[in-house]
Design a protein around this ligand. Structure first.
Ligand code: 5GP
Length: 115
């Protein structure tokens, strides 16, 4: 088994994080370097390196994560004001942690297009 990713270490409580939500398939915690007043990361517990490497067998996990977003954003207090979901994939996408994660950003108006 390769070395664990940072997010697997968070999952396994080997490094600390502000955990917002957790169930059997996914975990959500605050980003260590927030880019908005509210910036959380929603991460599958299973090692899926990036969305570009997800497969049909990951459909349940990915669908589950998406369907949990209304509940998580309600808890974060940004459901009504609005928010943005971001998945960075690969070098040009700005991916820095090779474990799939959905950024949940909110708490202020976000610019478009992104840089
Ligand atoms: P990416 O650039 O891969 O889309 O996003 C990785 C995100 O993980 C970045 O926003 C970065 O701030 C966050 N991050 C990196 N290391 C840690 C960590 O140890 N703990 C937490 N909570 N977030 C991290």
């Amino acid at each position: 088994m390769d070395e664990k990713s940072i997010f697997e270490k968070v999952r396994d409580r080997e490094i600390p994080a502000d955990i917002i939500y957790e169930d059997e398939l996914c975990i959500c915690f605050n980003d260590i370097a927030p880019q908005a007043p509210m910036h959380a990361l929603l991460v599958p517990k299973k090692r899926i390196q990036r969305i570009g490497l997800a497969s049909t067998s990951d459909s349940e996990i990915l669908g589950h994560m998406m369907i949990k977003i209304p509940e998580i954003t309600e808890f974060l207090g940004i459901a009504k004001s609005g928010y943005r979901l971001v998945i960075n994939n690969g070098e040009d996408g700005g991916e820095t942690v090779p474990h799939l994660h959905i950024h949940i950003l909110g708490g202020r108006p976000l610019l478009w297009p992104p840089g």
